[in-house]
Design a protein around this ligand. Structure first.
Ligand code: NAD
Length: 350
């Protein structure tokens, strides 16, 4: 689903990467294209047509560019492009959001942290629970009590919700450095105490993964003080929303960061974390690397093709080492290239 803005441009490069990986490793990937977001509104009147949902459910994995743009900012909020995104996540019951925030050594000057901190490296993966917690808990609402306005939400986690997100996180840690930090607020919140208890129980099935616990306020601080201490972080919807953005922004390169959203049996959804960048759309200026790295995640998590995923990641690193830079990651001494040229270089390096 290329979507809007720079979506079609970055997706075109991504598809070429998938083809070349197929040729190199002897796989055939069958791809179908579907409408989502603004383009879907223009063509069908809704941001998530039924045919799109059907095509996604019939696939083994779903790749998304980005949705949205000024053209659709003023239309009826109930059919805004973003509704397509929320809709497909819901249709596929994607309860786990995996966001790696890695700093490529070649881009260390873009990082917002002190050089001595950057030197130790940043390679954190935040696993965020996506369909539960305070964003969905009932009761919720606003009312007037004793002449005063008030608002309230409820943070709820059921055992099955914590178990399944914990499993995803332990599995992810197994594919990485085998260290998992569960983040909660168990010193204050009852729901967090249950969360901590259940995560600790799930750990028994993963003796090869080292589990630690941290309060969310401390985790927010530790992420900027010394991110190298983290491998995988697992946390609830609210804390994960904040921490995953924090982890992403410290790397300083939004055009580089991929993500995956996973469910139990449905296909996973893979997408760059950035938006449709309408300011540079159609100008061959977009950085395709977040999309290309999302394909690496897709190969790793949906197809279990670890070697193929690593091949893409190494090719991206090599391309950066060769000094190639799109505008968003341009630095002194870099060679400015467009989306197509960046994609072509990655293909060459694969
Ligand atoms: P954005 O991520 O689209 O852009 C923010 C800035 O980063 C812009 O200057 C843009 O040019 C730059 N940028 C983003 N991706 C880039 C890339 N790959 N290469 C080079 N530069 C890149 O965020 P925004 O401007 O807040 O939102 C624009 C539109 O995208 C809005 O309609 C918003 O709703 C939508 N959006 C969609 C998603 C999604 O589809 N997942 C996520 C965020 C925002």
């Amino acid at each position: 689903m290329p979507g809007d803005g720079i979506g079609p441009e970055i997706m075109a490069q991504g598809k070429k990467v998938l083809e070349v990986i197929g040729k190199k490793f002897g796989h055939q990937f069958d791809t179908t294209e579907a409408l989502i977001g603004g383009v879907a509104i223009d063509e069908t009147g809704v941001p998530l047509p039924d045919e799109t949902v059907k095509a996604c459910k019939e696939s083994d994995a779903v790749l998304l560019g980005a949705v949205g743009g000024p053209k659709w900012d003023t239309i009826d909020p109930s059919i805004r492009p973003e509704k397509g995104l929320l809709g497909i996540r819901k249709e596929l019951s994607l309860f786990a959001n995996l966001r790696p925030a890695a700093l490529f050594p070649q881009l260390k000057d873009a990082c917002f942290l002190r050089p001595d901190i950057v030197e130790k490296g940043i390679d954190v993966m935040v696993v965020r629970e996506l369909t539960g917690g305070i964003y969905f808990g009932e009761p919720r609402g606003t009312k007037t009590e004793n002449g005063e306005r008030m608002g309230y939400n409820t943070m709820i986690y059921y055992e099955h919700e914590v178990k399944r997100i914990a499993k995803v996180a332990f599995e992810a840690a197994r594919k990485r450095d085998k260290r998992l930090c569960s983040v909660d607020k168990a010193n204050v919140l009852d729901v967090s105490r249950v969360w901590r208890e259940i995560v600790t129980e799930v750990a028994a099935d993963y003796p090869d993964v080292e589990l630690s616990h941290m309060y969310v306020d401390n985790a927010a601080m530790q992420l900027v003080r010394d991110p190298s201490q983290f491998d995988v972080i697992v946390t609830g919807n609210l804390f994960g929303d904040i921490l995953s953005d924090e982890a992403a922004v410290i790397t300083g390169s939004i055009g580089m960061l991929p993500s995956a959203s996973l469910g139990e049996s449905n296909p996973g959804l893979y997408e760059p974390i950035h938006g449709s960048a309408p300011d540079i759309a159609g100008q061959d200026k977009a950085n395709p690397l977040a999309t290309i790295l999302s394909i690496a995640m897709m190969l790793r998590y949906s197809f279990n093709l670890t070697e193929e995923a690593e091949c893409i990641e190494v090719a991206v690193e090599k391309t950066l080492s060769q000094g190639l830079r799109t505008g968003d990651i341009m630095d002194e001494g870099g060679t400015l290239v467009g989306c197509t040229e960046m994609g072509a270089a990655v293909l060459q390096n694969i």
